[in-house]
Structures are given as C-alpha cells and as structure tokens.
Design a protein around this ligand. Sequence first.
Ligand SMILES: [Zn+2]
Length: 498
Amino acid sequence: MSVAETGVSIITSTEGTNGGVGNNTNVIEPVDHVLTGGGALTQIVAYGEQNTHIGQGTNKAYAYHTYKSNNITEKIIISRNADIVLPEYLELTLTNPDLSIGEIKRLIFDLNLKFYVGSLEITNLPLNLFANLNEPMVVDSKLYINLCFNILFEDIKLLGLNYNEVSFRLNAIQGPSLLDLTEYFSDWGIVSKVTFLDTQERRQLASPQELRIPIQEINYFDMAVNRNNSSLTSDTFYFRIPSHGLSKGFFIEVDNINHISNIKIIVENDRLRFDLNKFLILTKCKKISDTILYFPFNDAKLFSDRTPQSYEAGMNLSRFNHVHMEIKFDIPKTKLKIYEVIFNVYKQQSGIGGLIFCRDNYSYLRELSDYDNKRKINALVDIKYNKPVFKLIIDANKRFCPISFDEIPLKEQYMSCTECKNNFNAKLLQNWMSKNSNTRKCPMCKTEWTNFNVYINNFEINNSILNKVKTMLKKVSSCGEDERIHPIISNQIVKQII
Ligand SMILES: [Zn+2]
C-alpha cells in the first residue's frame, strides 16, 4: 500500500526517539490500524516501548489525515484513529475544475460548517468568513479552506471523548441547497493534524479529570431591504441584535466596506453605546477584506484570541432587552450580513462533552422590518441558568405563576418569558423545561424559551437605593401621606426608584 493510500503523509515529530521514523518508515501501518494494537505511539516511532521515554517533554508523533465523506450532504465522522485531532482545512472536490475562485466563493457564500460532539453543536464556521480570513486554495481540482480551528476551539482530545461521536456537517443557510451544490462539489474532507501520544500521556488524557476549554461561537444573520426584490436599496440599516451571550464584536459583511459611513450600537432604545464615524471606523475597526469589517467592542483585543481575557469590555447581550445596531452607508445597499462573536466554555469529562452556556440557534434570515425573534434553542445536554439577579415584578398582572396559579412572593426566584412576559416560579419552570428538553417552549405562549436569567422578586438593596427610598419616604410623609406605606413600599415609589 502506498503512503498516499494509507492517509499518512508526514510523520514530523519523534521526540527523544532513537530508532525512530528514519529507520522504520517501511513498517508504519495505515493510521487506522495503528490504534487497534494498543500503544499508539510506540507502533509508529519505534518497535516496542524501548526508546520512547528518552529525554524531556511529551512523547508524541504527528501525522496528517483527511477524514472523508463521499457526499457533501453527509456528515464526516472523526474516527478514533488518533489521540488528538486538529482540523486544519476543509477539502471540497470540484466537479468542474474550471470554476474560478470568485465563482466558488459565491457557491459557498451561505455554507456553514458545524462541529458536533454527540448530538450537540459545539461551534460553527461560516465558510465565507473563513474564506475571507485566508484566501482559499485550489490544488489538484480540490478547494481548500483554512479553518483556523484554533480561533474557535482547541484541538479535539478524542481520547477523552469515548462516549460521544465527533463529527462535522455542512449546512446551507439559504441560496442553493446542499443537494443543489452536489452538482459542483462531489466528496469532501477535513484535513487534520493528528497526534499520537505515548502510554503515559494517553493515560492522563483519558483520566476523568474535567477539561474546560474557552471557545468562540460565530452566530450570523443577514439583512435584506426586501428579500423578494433584490434591487431595493437603503442607506441605513437599523436592526435588533438577538440576545445571545457575551460578545466582543461583530463582523460586518457588505459588497464594499469602504462605503460604511457610521456604525451605532444603541442599548435599550435610548443609550448610545457606540457611535463610530468614518475616522473611528478606519482606526478602531479592522479590515478583514474588501467585503468584511471587524468591529470590536475593545480594539485592544483580538478576534482570534478565545481566552476570557479577550472578552474584557465585551457586552453581555443576553442581559439586555434590546440592543440595536445602525449602519449607515455613503452608497445605498441591498443587503448585509452580521457575524456576532460569542464566548462559551466547552466542558469535557468522563468521556462526554458539552457546553456551559446556553445559546440560541445560529442562523437567521430576517427582513429589515422583521424584528420578531424566531429563535430556536438547540437541544443541550443540560440547561445552565444564569445566577439570580434582583428584579421586582412591578406589573401586578404578571405576579401569578401560570403553572402553580400562585402569586410569586417577594424574595422568591422566578423566570420570565421574553415573548408573553409571563413570570413563572423558577423551580416549577425549570422542572417543566427538564421534562420538555426537546422543545423547551414557554408553557403559556409556546414559543421557544430564550431567557435563561433567574430573577429574585425584590429590588436590590444597596446604599444608593436605600438613600433614595429614605428621601422618597421623607417627601411622602411631608406631604401628609399615611405612614402605613412603610415598610411596604408602594408600587408607585418602587417604579420611581427602579
Ligand atoms: Zn411565553
């Protein structure tokens, strides 16, 4: 069997080995067969265990392997032929080798590569964005897109994931379906750097210690002035950003980013958080390509850094009711696309993996006038609720939990539906959600549940509020009001102080 057929093309590292690759090249078996015999590393860098524990550092070996599927409509399973896998490139075989890069880019414009652990979508890669970060290559009738996987996730510790299948799937958001695209792309693959560890290192990786990896998600949605009439243009795009989680910035994609004249972020309808004119856009945003601009909340932090520190001065979008963005252009546009960069933490333990924070579905199609959120929640391994915060229920009509039919007393925890605004006893609702894990809908209005904040039915007592209350009470008593309102503060006063 030739080297190419085995899927092993390069063996690059054999730290501390004596009778290593050079001597044993002709005994290396196909990667898929290597692990079946037990000690992965020893079989490809030396015979037996001799010579593999010389020197310092980790004993390991790298190789390249392309995980494949014959059809772009089918998933690629990352089989267990190595201990660690780092996906590097997406490989798409072109049926027509004469297609130009420009034509190919148009075909992949709305394709999304999704990374799954078990049935849970961990992160996704909008191909067009990644094709702009690094120019794709066509080699031997195959298109290669650099996935920059390290920007979103770490290398995959397959060895610690023995109970979850690891896979990639392509997903067409709009435009041509995957089935339509089979005319242009036949089979596909994930070109990966794979690592083989020595017995001791394998033991450590397989042990049930919890692994936590900060990851980034890219959630995108697109805007059209009118989806049915692609010739309609507008010089201002004003839209609501869906509430998702901790974000550190946005990519803005439009046919020519030099036409952007102003970017605004407006919080809760009236607070102007950002107002960038052309000068600030030029100096504080980062040009990715002629069509993509990165707008960070903190220009000292990099998009490519996925550490929590890189989210310093980020915005927790899910803690706002409304965050709007307004983009103005010198030359009117028909459509634009926004990619949000969102923080999450991946957790791996005892052979399975999952996410720490909940989030909405990744992809949206919305009209400019369409502000309603047709959001979906992915089926998650388990729901993580946010730490309770104080929020007094002001509206008397919303004080009754529709599950228990009881009033939600002061200091009790509750949760709130963003659609119908009903408040539910937190325990009862969480119980309901755990039983309806596939749908996770509001018991009342039946829309997908999106607000995982937990509230305490009270206002936060701090000195500033106490002082306000005291002043307020003084005012009230000096007006000759009845003392009975103390200590139960009337709704009117509460409304004024919150
Ligand atoms: Zn509801």
